[in-house]
Ligand binder design. Structure first.
Ligand code: CBF
Length: 829
């Protein structure tokens, strides 16, 4: 009875005895208990990895406590919640970030010391969670951190891939891909929720029925798969709020294959059941093209359907009808990958909740918003109608109906302008009929965001020109940002401490605009000295890492010049390598006495090429071939080194960025939607060598041209050059370095031919030849500035000082106010 229940609750309360404590004894006991009972190793005999496991389970307990409290509190308050749907989250490691956000980093370090362990050493035991490809996926992770830190009532939803982004192995300079089975040694940061699972349907047919005098659609599926929830608590910094990232794994459904079992085909029935798990088995490793793959479409619908069942169940727990659904639910589509959520909500509201079309549409048109991350119309997702119709027959009907009504609306506005109608239609006619996922999203979302100011201009004038003319009010932009918790506090503790000392507060960790205060001290000799010391420490750490990774010794006194990101023609790693060849060629042909004037450089390149992207793979090979030549040339010595860092990932970035002097963001203007790597370097006081592309345009406004090295054609010039047929005059220097590659100076003559062809005269789409001269000039400016270390240090301080605008806290605040309409909801401490 009720009496029993309250007595039980009282007993539980006594047993729980308030929050977990963080004194050294309690922490040590927790860690050792987990080593003994969770990891099942003797507390008298365990190694670093087991200590890491015990440690992370102890941290996880503290996360869970806050996470429960946050959910209880939000349940009681019932604020409007944001649901962030993304197919990719690049979380990296969790341990250091968690203890910093929980405010227990030093307590754990002390507790471990007394046990004879070092926190830093144990933190190195953790593998990266790489459930994403690049910028878009790491942005999602940063945004989750900001949502939690600023107390927004938010959930992330995604897929729990068994294989994350492939491991890059370099053999003889060639990239090879190996599977990343990241769950091999368990994942202490997730909580399996076996009881939180939903059936997801595929294939089959739609039957029309009349129920209580009303025509209804009943989807009879051909296959059902179960989605099981895995929860990942995301702690905010300086708050008790801890939000949830819920990732779905596919498991066979109990309803599946009963017939086969009954007919005695036991073996095949078991094998068929295992097939269900393939849906969440792997992350597609291409960050640009997603076209027409059945498994990819299944993944998209699988995570969308499970998430929406979960969201609607939560809503229905405290609401009896759907009238205030838009006041309680904001659904964010991270690119068009989750856009099947739109027809799915329509289907649930009409076929399962029996709302009529107008009412359902009224709701749908108020809840969805979209962020576009692509710049190219060719990069937008399309799904063949046949594929969609066979996998999701009811959704195809709904999409056709949305399109029919949309076309009618357009006709009222534009008359029978068939060209415009066909451009804007959700259905693309042609030899293969396709559904244009971007058009579907644009029709149904109340807001469409670009990721930088320049990107929005591109969307308005090029990619979605027609849509912008029709619905100008839908289009906004929120310049991307990154979280300073991970990208300064976790990855650069010496700088973090230095900033807090000079500002007299660590409040900048929640309010990055405070960094502006550093401007007042930029010329202060003692700050400059401390700043240089911190940079030196980080450079030494990076040189040690390079030596451990590839066995090469590099001098921390040289300028560390870094380009780390996915390998793409538009990101122009090839321009960087050709520039390095030019530098090498100059030193080689220099008089011995002139060599003294050369600024020694260590050029560092890292990044993965999509497995099927031939040209990108050739760029990696070229980097190795050139490195082989330069690094072994005794005429060159320490004046120039070229290092390729294999298997670039989040934790490698955490180490490389703080140790960099100069970083390159050199995409052909108009091709990078935003770019976020630049912001991480900027925060860490690294100077940028960049084109006026993506969010660099806004970085220039904050930092000032004089503190950066900007070069190359701007967007307008790129357009003009292309309109004039690319027939630009190439410099002799450019022709020479390309010829060196073409003629086999670095070996592999035949292999590099097609790579050289991409930059020959009229085929040089990314305009390397056009920008080469100004690139070399910018590089020469960087050399000049580096010689004057005082000047360089001032520029470095001013870079950090002006980086506040590029915190994801600012981005998220803007989304909350202007796109999602959500308010903070702070759980009491
Ligand atoms: O908006 C985040 C990032 O997304 C991309 O990586 C993407 O579309 N996958 C863009 O290429 C970046 O410019 C952008 O910063």
């Amino acid at each position: 009875g009720a009496g029993d229940r309250s007595a039980k609750a009282e007993r539980m309360f006594q047993l729980m005895d308030g929050f977990m404590t963080n004194d050294p004894m309690s922490l040590q006991k927790d860690i050792l208990d987990h080593v003994e009972y969770t990891v099942a190793r003797s507390r008298f005999n365990f190694d670093d990895f087991e200590a890491y496991q015990g440690l992370s389970h102890s941290v996880r307990d503290r996360l869970i406590e806050r996470w429960h409290d946050t959910h209880q509190y939000l349940k009681r308050k019932d604020p409007k919640r944001l649901y962030f749907l993304s197919l990719e989250f690049l979380m990296g490691r969790s341990l250091s970030n968690s203890v910093i956000n929980l405010g227990v980093r030093d307590q754990y370090a002390d507790a471990l010391n007394q046990l004879g362990f070092e926190f830093e050493v144990l933190a190195e035991q953790e593998g990266d969670a790489a459930l994403g490809n690049g910028g878009l996926a790491r942005l999602s992770a940063c945004q989750m951190d900001s949502l939690a830190t600023m107390d927004f009532p938010a959930w992330g939803y995604g897929l729990r891939y068994q294989y994350g982004l492939f491991r890059q192995v370099i053999l003889d300079g060639f990239q090879h891909e190996q599977p990343d089975y990241w769950l091999n040694f368990g994942n202490p940061w997730e909580i399996e929720r076996v009881h939180v699972s939903y059936p997801v349907k595929f294939y089959g047919a739609v039957e029309e029925k009349v129920l209580e005098g009303k025509k209804c659609h009943v989807w009879v599926p051909g296959e059902t798969v179960e989605a099981v929830a895995y929860d990942n608590p995301i702690p905010g910094y300086g708050t008790r709020n801890t939000i949830n990232l819920r990732l779905w794994a596919a498991k066979p459904s109990d309803q599946q294959d009963m017939e086969a079992f009954n007919t005695g085909d036991y073996i095949n029935a078991v094998i068929n059941r295992q097939r269900a798990e393939t849906i969440s088995s792997l992350l597609y490793p291409d960050d640009r093209s997603y076209q027409g793959k059945e498994l990819r479409l299944k993944q998209q619908y699988f995570f969308v359907s499970a998430s929406l069942q979960d969201i609607i169940r939560r809503f229905k727990d405290s609401h009896s009808n759907f009238d205030d659904f838009p006041e309680k639910v904001a659904l964010q589509l991270n690119d068009t990958h989750p856009s099947l959520a739109i027809p799915e909500v329509m289907r649930v509201l009409i076929d399962e909740e029996y709302l009529d079309w107008e009412k359902a549409w009224g709701i749908v048109s108020k809840i969805f918003s979209l962020t576009i991350h692509a710049v190219n119309p060719e990069g937008l997702e399309k799904v063949p109608v046949d594929l969609l119709g066979s996998l999701l027959p009811r959704h195809l009907q709904i999409i056709y109906q949305i399109n029919f009504l949309f076309m009618e609306e357009l006709k009222k506005h534009y008359g029978l302008d068939y060209n415009r109608l066909s451009r804007m239609s959700i259905v693309e006619e042609g030899a293969v009929k396709n559904i244009r996922m971007a058009n579907l999203s644009l029709v149904c979302c109340h807001t469409v965001d670009g990721v930088s100011r320049l990107h929005l201009a591109t969307l308005k004038t090029r990619v979605f020109k027609d849509f912008h003319e029709f619905w100008p009010q839908k289009f906004q932009y929120k310049t991307n940002g990154v979280t300073q918790r991970r990208w300064i506090v976790v990855s650069n503790p010496p700088l973090s401490g230095l900033i807090s000392r000079w500002l007299g507060t660590d409040a900048w960790i929640r309010d990055m605009d405070l960094l502006l205060g550093l401007r007042d001290h930029a010329e202060d000799a003692s700050l400059q000295e401390e700043w240089m010391m911190v940079r030196k420490v980080n450079k030494i750490r990076l040189s040690e890492f390079i030596e451990a990774m590839i066995g090469m010794k590099v001098s921390p006194d040289a300028m560390f010049d870094v380009q780390i990101k996915r390998i793409h023609e538009y990101k122009r790693q090839l321009l960087n390598i050709l520039g390095i060849i030019h530098r090498y060629d100059c030193i080689k042909n220099m008089k011995e006495s002139d060599k003294e004037k050369v600024v020694p450089r260590v050029c560092i390149i890292g990044g993965k090429a999509a497995p099927g992207y031939e040209i990108a793979k050739k760029i990696i090979k070229l980097c190795h071939a050139v490195g082989e030549k330069i690094n072994n040339d005794s005429d060159i010595g320490d004046l120039l080194k070229l290092v390729f860092i294999p298997d670039y990932n989040v934790s490698v970035a955490e180490l490389v960025i703080p140790g960099s002097d100069l970083s390159q963001h050199i995409s052909t203007a108009g091709h990078e939607a935003s770019g976020t790597g630049s912001m991480k370097f900027l925060m860490n006081g690294c100077l940028l060598l960049a084109t006026a592309d993506g969010s660099t345009v806004e970085i220039i406004e904050e930092i000032g041209n004089e503190n950066m090295f900007i070069f190359g054609a701007n967007v307008q010039e790129v357009t003009n050059l292309r309109q004039n047929g690319l027939g630009v005059k190439k410099s002799l220097q450019f022709a020479r370095v390309v010829r060196m590659v073409r003629e086999g100076y670095f070996g592999f003559k035949d292999y590099f031919k097609s790579l050289c062809d991409t930059v020959e005269d009229s085929s040089d789409f990314y305009l390397l030849g056009n920008d080469f001269e100004s690139y070399l000039e910018a590089q020469a400016e960087a050399d000049k500035a580096f010689v004057d270390q005082k000047k360089w240090t001032k520029m470095s301080i001013l870079s950090t000082a002006g980086s506040g605008r590029f915190s994801s806290d600012r981005t998220i605040r803007d989304y909350a106010q202007n796109t999602w309409g959500i308010e903070p909801c702070k759980c009491p401490s």
